[in-house]
Design a protein around this ligand. Structure first.
Ligand SMILES: *Cc1c(COP(=O)(O)O)cnc(C)c1O
Length: 381
């Protein structure tokens, strides 16, 4: 980051900075590790900047969308509709109509009622919609409870019992084509054993389906692979080798069955940083408040789910001091870190909040009527 510092001096802070070499390195690591020919649909909600999407599309990935507008963004950025999947517990009729009109690859359906609505809308249009049914596998992802999605109490997907209870009804629907099962158990999963547990559950459900004579051409195991928020610069690329291998070794695919993934955070998380300047220092006896010009409106994750991003001070001083690094927004949750040991930092010094490439800009907002932080890219410096 120090290499780019000279170029930063004229820019208004806070802003997002993307190191595209990290993105490229990550994308090639994914391509290298995916030697099994699995399909990857990038989860657009992690980051939808055109410059980033362009690199992801060129790598041959599709997109995973959670709204009609995300489908539109994907198509505007030249992703092919045949590589688009649409998830979400609350798809509106308008979004369903749009997705059918665009001939997306598949709906990831989250309830039986939604399936009926898709069937109805497709019938009116004289079309057949591809659907995968999202199963809630009732397993623990071992991550923060706000980003767990595959446990029994979560709103996502339908249970195994419901699937088997509705199987006859599903097979009778004339304008849907039931092509697969979909799973997504949560996000920022660091324990790869959780994915092994998922694979075992998927096998189990698949065997029961096969016993009923149902063989589906596709399986989708979602995303959720975590990144190292503590050591982003030592460990910028997640362990995709072990990740894909875990599925390769544990998942029993039917002959010809295709496997799909929906990676978001692990693709773009480490290439982005939020760059800020120190505004004020309030010295205290126990800790010092370092008030910076980036706030929870620029990066919501710490306030939203107590996420810890590494904060780096570029002050260049050697003496360390203890700081609570806080933003300017009128909320006590607007805090980036408590009791952090940082080089002594003064008004005007730059701070880097690392690992902000995923769920950073896509969640930014104007709360307190603040400006939206702009993106900048390493190749322009
Ligand atoms: C958000 C989301 C993803 C991506 O999750 P990551 O943790 O960013 O990999 C994948 N699938 C679905 C259905 C999602 O909602």
């Amino acid at each position: 980051m120090k290499d780019f510092l000279a170029g930063f001096s004229n820019l208004e802070t806070p802003f997002y900075f993307y190191d595209l070499s990290i993105l490229d390195e990550t994308i090639s690591a994914i391509r290298q590790a995916n030697r099994y020919g699995y399909h990857i649909h990038y989860a657009l909600k992690a980051n939808n900047n055109p410059r980033i999407l362009e690199r992801i599309r060129k790598a041959g990935f599709g997109v995973d969308c959670v709204s009609g507008n995300e489908i539109r963004i994907g198509l505007e950025n030249d992703f092919d509709a045949s590589h688009v999947v649409l998830a979400g517990v609350g798809k509106t009729d308008k979004e369903i109509q749009y997705a059918i009109d665009q001939n997306i690859f598949s709906f990831n359906v989250e309830s039986i009622q939604e399936l009926e609505v898709i069937n109805e809308i497709a019938t009116k249009k004289g079309k057949v919609a591809n659907v995968s049914i999202r199963i809630n596998p009732a397993i623990d992802a071992g991550t923060h409870h706000y980003i767990t999605t595959g446990a029994k109490e979560n709103k996502f997907g339908i249970s195994e019992d419901e699937l088997f209870g509705a199987l006859v009804q599903i097979q009778a629907m004339t304008n849907i084509h039931f092509i697969g099962l979909h799973y997504h158990i949560g996000s920022q999963i660091m324990d790869l054993g959780r994915f092994k547990n998922l694979a075992v559950r998927v096998n189990d459900i698949q065997q029961k389906l096969v016993a009923k004579g149902v063989e589906l051409p596709h399986l989708n195991v979602g995303g959720g692979l975590g990144i190292d928020y503590e050591n982003p610069d030592e460990n910028p690329v997640p362990d995709f080798e072990t990740y894909f291998k875990t599925f390769h070794e544990n998942l029993e695919l039917l002959p010809g069955q295709e496997l799909h993934f929906e990676l978001g955070r692990s693709v773009v998380g480490q290439c982005g940083s939020l760059i800020s300047r120190a505004l004020y220092v309030k010295e205290g006896s126990d800790t010092n408040f370092l008030i910076i010009d980036a706030g929870m409106n620029d990066l919501m994750r710490p306030a939203l789910y107590q996420a810890q991003h590494k904060v780096i001070s570029l002050s260049g001083r050697s003496e360390e001091k203890k700081y609570d690094v806080v933003g300017p927004v009128c909320e006590s949750s607007d805090t980036f870190g408590k009791g952090l040991m940082l080089p002594e930092t003064k008004r005007g010094d730059f701070l880097v909040i690392r690992s902000a490439g995923a769920y950073g800009e896509t969640m930014k907002n104007t709360y307190n009527a603040r400006e939206l932080a702009k993106p900048y890219y390493s190749e322009d410096f």
